[in-house]
Design a protein around this ligand. Structure first.
Ligand code: THU
Length: 135
């Protein structure tokens, strides 16, 4: 699947967003090593804090379905933003944990703008699994 197709999958995933509070829908599409695409959307909560972003929904869903960490080939994220969407800091940390540093992350918006960055560009100097217990 090329980047445009993966962004289309994220746009499709966004339709399921549960957003009674912000009304700001986000969709994510995560391609695994077999080519299968895992959809994610944001799922909000009346207590706000438990809200799960689209990116984490897709990643946690794929891990729960048995995918190995660092086996993913690309992640696309889309929202109705002026510029291609910027994932939040918590999602950047989770992406760094579960995806290879050189994996492409395709950021898009509903107008069709697209920006492709790697995981390490998204969270430079990040705290990652290899830092734990290595002090
Ligand atoms: N949100 C995401 O799902 N992903 C992002 O990259 C940015 C923010 C969600 C969280 C919340 O439901 C809504 O967008 C507004 O912040």
């Amino acid at each position: 699947m090329d980047y445009n197709q993966l962004l289309q999958a994220a746009i499709e995933a966004r339709k399921a967003a549960y957003i009674p509070y912000s009304h700001f829908g986000v969709g994510a599409a995560l391609q695994d090593a077999t080519g299968h695409v895992h959809h994610g959307c944001n799922v909000e909560n009346a207590a706000y804090g438990p809200t799960n972003c689209a990116e984490r929904t897709a990643l946690f869903r794929a891990i729960a379905d048995g995918c190995a960490p660092h086996s993913f080939t690309a992640l696309a994220v889309v929202g109705d933003t002026e510029e291609p969407i910027a994932p939040c800091g918590v999602c950047r940390q989770v992406i760094l944990e579960l995806c290879a540093p050189d994996m492409p992350v395709v950021l898009g918006n509903m107008k069709g703008d697209m920006k492709v960055v790697t995981v390490s560009e998204l969270l430079p100097h990040g705290f990652s699994p290899e830092h734990v217990n290595k002090a």
